[in-house]
Design a binder for this molecule. Structure first.
Ligand code: IMP
Ligand code: ZN
Length: 362
């Protein structure tokens, strides 16, 4: 089997996907059609939203794109549609377990943050019935919105924990948003409170150089997984202290190669920090970040990582066994109970065993 087909067939785990950043062109076009009918608005084409292969956009420009996407998803109906579409598309890419994250939205006269989350959760329950995929939700704190907003997101998440249907689906909090806005140190009390009530924490960290902030967050000992961690390794702009903190706590990194290369925080795939951490056997999970905005899929991210030409003595070339162990490291880093993780591990392992020996030599 050639590489792309093989990676598509692999049973995969996606742990870092933002709902509104994951919209396919088909979904965006559908939303535009509804919007044009409703507002008679001569609107933008989907092509303006996604970044095609080989193209780039700065992080700042990406945040403008999120603004456009949010203006298309400002009704409860649209929120349900995008949730169903995104889960269906991940399932079609053979993602067996998905942790989807989203920032609860308040839109005056349209929806409260709770109504937004109810819509996402209801659509998730429905999508899981129709597709071969398990889904869990992380509520995102947007670091650009201030600490008060973060407390309200935490309270919302806490309220869900006692909900009979939605409670088991809410597994934690994400901290994301424009990395040059705000300071994560201000959010540590919120994260501490979240941990105290059993919520897991995935935090975007060092997506841009930010030594002081990263040190404070890692010193807090609160983080369960790190998004990007681009500037943590001493060979990619981090300090020895950051390296030691990460290694001592063995915190898995969620790596999103297309996202980093297309936004220019990493120059080329060969220079991606994946190689540095892999060489040290650090727990890594391959993820998409925003499959719509970056025009990718989890299978394509596996291919991209497997094909990177090694530099600086990094070991990138993946054999079949490496691809399997990357799938399984997603299982290990999942925010699931030990019993649910055991079930997922067994199912993924069975599928991997059935694929053994089928990757064409490269
Ligand atoms: P949403 O939370 O479902 O609305 O997904 C889009 C949001 O995710 C954006 O507005 C950002 O706050 C966040 N996001 C997506 N990609 C990134 C990233 O690479 N870095 C930081 N935040 C991100
Ligand atoms: Zn992200």
């Amino acid at each position: 089997m050639e590489l792309l087909r093989y990676c598509t067939n692999l049973p995969k785990v996606e742990l870092h996907a933002h709902l509104n950043g994951s919209l396919s062109d088909a979904t965006v076009l559908g939303l535009l059609k509804t919007r044009t009918q409703r507002d008679a608005d001569p609107s933008l084409a989907a092509a303006e939203v996604t970044i095609k292969k080989g193209h780039q956009r700065t992080l700042e420009e990406c945040f403008q794109v999120f603004g456009i996407l949010h203006s298309l998803t400002d009704t409860l109906e649209a929120v349900q549609t995008i949730t169903r579409d995104v889960i269906r598309e991940f399932a079609a890419d053979n993602v067996r377990y998905l942790e989807l994250r989203t920032t609860p939205k308040h839109v005056p006269d349209r929806m409260t943050k709770k109504q937004y989350m109810d819509a996402v959760l209801q659509a998730t329950v429905e999508a899981m019935v129709s597709h071969n995929i398990r889904v869990r939700l992380l509520l995102s704190i947007d670091r650009a919105r201030g600490v008060e907003d973060a407390w309200s997101t935490l309270h919302l998440a806490k309220d869900y924990l006692n909900h009979t249907v939605f409670g088991p689906l809410v597994c934690g909090l994400d901290v994301s948003g424009n990395p040059v806005c705000g300071d994560l140190q201000d959010y540590l009390p919120v994260l501490q409170a979240a941990r105290s009530c059993g919520l897991k924490l995935a935090v975007h960290l060092a997506e841009v150089p930010s030594e002081t902030e990263a040190l404070a967050v890692l010193n807090s000992g609160l983080v369960d997984r790190i998004g990007h961690g681009t500037f943590l390794h001493p060979a990619s702009g981090g300090s020895q202290a950051l390296h030691t903190l990460l290694k001592d706590q063995n915190i898995p990194l969620e790596l999103c190669m297309s996202s980093n290369v297309k936004t220019g925080t990493v120059k080329t795939p060969s220079e991606h920090h994946l190689g540095l951490w892999r060489k040290e056997n650090h727990p890594l999970v391959i993820c998409t970040d925003d499959k719509g905005v970056f025009s990718t899929s989890l299978s394509e991210e596996f291919v991209l990582c497997a094909q990177v030409r090694p530099i600086r003595g990094q070991t990138f070339s993946f054999c079949e066994e490496d691809l399997h162990s990357l799938s399984l490291s997603g299982v290990e880093a999942a925010f699931l109970s030990p019993t649910d993780k055991q079930t997922l591990r067994r199912e993924v392992q069975q599928e991997l065993d059935a694929l053994k020996g089928k990757l064409a030599s490269r």
